[in-house]
Design a protein around this ligand. Structure first.
Ligand code: FDA
Length: 326
């Protein structure tokens, strides 16, 4: 049995308390339209973002993926962009991903796409978003791949899960991201397990209130391990693709030791990390026999995504500021 989620008596540890104001500001900045229009023009920010993406165009992502492939590391591709305001733009996004799938097949790249529903018109026309995802899932299936759906902020969570359930019925090859900081996620895992899902478990990247989310890092981590173990226990008797979307190597090792105790091989789960973060660990884990997948983001709409990367590790702000120096 999985140990119950530990809930420390104190609301937040010292590290969280010190970092939270900075994190809150960065996550607010991620949503601010005025900043979104101006910050990406700043040269030093453009230089800093390169740490997390090989380039804005898809070719840079493909070349990076080929290099990972030579080291036995497959790739997830995300073209950055979210909350479209014109539904017609979603058609171009879907066409882009279809072209990407063809390119992956033609170049022999072991890769899959990961999309945000609001990038495919979820705010404007859910039916059209569904049609786009169905097309992408269909083509992915023909090419023997899965299509991943990211999880966005809490207003989208219930709708995204219901959308996934519907898509999964007609297209079994789809995966969904779930966030360990949300209190509801334990129930969502139970809800999805009968569907034989593919789940990428992440800690969660948005600023969510205490009413619905654990805000203490230690509680999020404990919940993360408990959720991962629940999925691995299910994986003993049914199909569940378990993706650990985290750079937290301690957590990965905790989950790995639970997997061992359950008699599961190293390949019973996969580790998904972002391009440019803990690259040394990605390679080390792959060499140690784990299935490691690198998520490469690209595109020019990187501003909110980059702000969330800064918020995850405010020390990254110093790195960005250093790009101001000659
Ligand atoms: P944590 O933040 O504790 O970091 C552990 C260690 O990793 C840090 O000590 C540091 O060394 C390193 N690290 C982490 N973030 C870093 C950064 N930005 N810069 C430099 N070093 C860093 N979220 C979401 O809400 N919806 C989604 O769909 C996704 N999708 C997704 C896919 C994949 C493949 C990954 C890896 C992550 C996501 N996320 C996400 C983001 C996720 O929710 C979370 O915000 C980040 O992964 C950071 O949390 P960690 O689990 O890495 O732990």
């Amino acid at each position: 049995m999985v140990a119950p989620v530990a809930r420390p008596a104190a609301a937040a540890d010292g590290y969280d308390a010190a970092m939270r104001p900075m994190r809150t500001v960065l996550l607010w900045a991620a949503r601010d339209r005025w900043l979104r229009e101006r910050v990406p023009r700043l040269g030093f920010v453009r230089r800093a973002v390169r740490r997390f993406m090989p380039g804005e165009d898809v070719e840079a992502a493909l070349v990076a993926a080929e290099a990972f492939g030579r080291e036995g590391i497959p790739t997830l591709f995300t073209r950055l962009g979210e909350n479209l305001e014109v539904i017609g733009d979603a058609d171009a996004v879907a066409d882009h991903y279809l072209g990407l799938l063809e390119e992956l097949a033609a170049r022999g790249i072991d890769g899959e796409a990961s999309v945000k529903l609001t990038q495919l018109g979820f705010d404007l026309d859910e039916e059209r978003t569904f049609e786009h995802c169905a097309r992408l899932a269909q083509r992915s299936a023909e090419l023997d791949r899965e299509l991943w759906i990211d999880m966005e902020g809490s207003p989208y969570v219930e709708r995204t899960i219901a959308f996934y359930e519907r898509l999964k019925r007609s297209h079994p090859n789809v995966g969904l991201c779930l966030q360990a900081y949300l209190i509801r996620t334990a129930d969502d895992v139970q809800r999805l397990l009968p569907l034989e899902p593919s789940i990428r478990l992440v800690k969660g990247a948005y600023d969510e209130p205490a009413r619905i989310a654990y805000r203490d890092r230690r509680v999020v981590d404990a919940n993360y391990v408990a959720l991962a173990v629940t999925m691995l226990e299910a994986a003993r008797t049914q199909r569940v693709r378990v993706g650990l979307g985290t750079h937290d190597v301690d957590l990965i090792e905790q989950v790995a030791s639970h997997a061992r105790a359950l008699g599961l091989p190293r390949t019973s789960f996969e580790i998904q990390m972002l391009y440019g973060i803990r690259a040394d660990q990605q390679r080390r884990l792959a060499r140690d026999g784990y299935r490691v997948i690198d998520l490469i983001a690209y595109g020019d709409a990187w501003y909110p995504w980059y702000m969330r990367r800064l918020a995850e590790r405010p020390a990254n702000v110093l790195f960005a500021l250093r790009q101001l120096l000659p």
